[in-house]
Design a binder for this molecule. Structure first.
Ligand SMILES: *Cc1c(COP(=O)(O)O)cnc(C)c1O
Length: 370
């Protein structure tokens, strides 16, 4: 007799729902028999510019060494990051995407009997990383779609080891300011590691969004995680990083895979970091696209949640799933967020001007059908 391998999985895993990614272009093309080139995907907060040409050139150069293991310590990338982020190299942890950093934290600091605190409508990887190691997820109700930091503080108990906060948050796009962050960090007990997820921080430059790095020196229980997947346009390569005290970095280093970031990713990330023009253009495009979408929503009489990311949640005013399906039939992929407790919203990634227009036209058409 064979065992019941669902019931045999550890309890946290039995109750897990797997991450649901944005629908891939090729999948929709197959389903609807469409030309992939005709499909607009605004579903995964990817940079619509395509990767930096400098990153592509670096990848081509790195191809010659594909037979070798990558530098397991990621020395060059860590050095560049340390310099840019004003920290020592031993404060940098590289990850296979920042997703990897979140999981390293969970593996190192969470276990059955311990818990992680995070917000309702927060990034789907927090519950996955937490439950996967058998720890309990303490989900704190959101306030106006955003993190209720005082309520999150109140939820911390003796068994809490990690708090995940995202600024801005995905999928809501909501954010908190420097004062709110400082007040929060002041009061978090010393036995709790605060993971400040800044996956979209590069888009927030010049706004009232705090730079998590400004708080590292004062708060040894802070880890800032960042990624090359969003503004740096390298989502496919999977590179992210954590910045923390050397002690936390050392702990994470003990549990990571020896070669968790591949050599093409390392080379591309180094080049992307140096390509300031690309980043500036990404920001400019994002700001223009954000205005374009908001103008379109206004015209359609739809409201939205103000966002500091490269995406925006629009309120359809009724169940959004049929509108999502209608958009698919128009060859436009956006992101339903019912699994984030937001059944009436759709999350739209800011695209190129023509992609945003295609989406708005399709939305107008689908809504007119009722
Ligand atoms: C996209 C995203 C990440 C991680 O993306 P990686 O590709 O794994 O670096 C982390 N946090 C949030 C909030 C995100 O939206």
């Amino acid at each position: 007799m064979s065992g019941n391998f669902l019931a045999l999985a550890q309890p946290g895993v039995q109750q897990l729902s797997p991450y649901v990614p944005g629908k891939p272009v090729d999948e929709l093309a197959r389903e609807l028999d469409l030309d992939p080139a005709s499909i607009v995907k605004l579903a995964s907060n990817e940079n619509p510019l395509g990767a930096s040409p400098k990153a592509l050139a670096a990848i081509r150069d790195a191809l010659a060494e594909l037979t070798r293991y990558p530098d397991g310590n990621g020395f060059e990338l860590k050095s560049l990051l340390a310099e840019q982020c004003r920290v020592e190299i031993n404060q940098v942890t590289l990850g296979n995407g920042s997703n990897d950093i979140l999981e390293l934290v969970a593996r190192a600091y969470l276990a059955p009997g311990l818990n992680a605190v995070f917000s309702e409508h927060a990034f789907a990887v927090y519950p996955i990383a937490t439950q996967a190691v058998g720890a309990q997820a303490k989900v704190v109700p959101a306030k106006e779609w955003g993190h209720d930091l005082p309520a999150m503080l109140a939820a911390i108990d003796a068994n809490t080891r990690v708090v995940f906060i995202a600024n801005p948050n995905n999928p809501t796009g909501t954010w908190f300011d420097a004062q709110a962050l400082d007040d929060f960090l002041q009061d978090v007990p010393e036995h709790v590691l605060v993971v400040l997820d800044e996956a979209y921080i590069e888009y927030a430059e010049g706004s009232d969004l705090p730079d998590g790095l400004d708080f590292l020196a004062a708060y040894p229980n802070l880890l800032v995680s960042r990624t090359f997947s969003k503004a740096y346009g390298l989502a496919a390569l999977r590179v992210g990083y954590g910045l923390s005290t050397p002690v936390v970095a050392d702990v994470l280093n003990r549990v990571r895979q020896p070669f968790n970031v591949n050599s093409l990713a390392l080379a591309a990330a180094c080049a992307a970091l140096k390509d300031e023009a690309y980043l500036a253009e990404s920001r400019r495009l994002n700001e223009a696209g954000m205005e374009q979408l908001q103008a379109g929503f206004r015209e359609l009489g739809l409201s939205w949640i103000a966002s500091k990311g490269n995406f925006i949640c629009v309120d359809i005013g009724r169940e959004a799933a049929p509108v999502f399906q209608g958009l698919l039939r128009e060859g436009v992929i956006v992101r339903p967020v019912a699994n984030y407790g937001m059944p009436n919203h759709l999350r739209i990634t800011i695209g190129l001007p023509a992609e945003n227009s295609r989406f708005l036209e399709a939305l107008t058409k689908v809504l007119a059908r009722g």
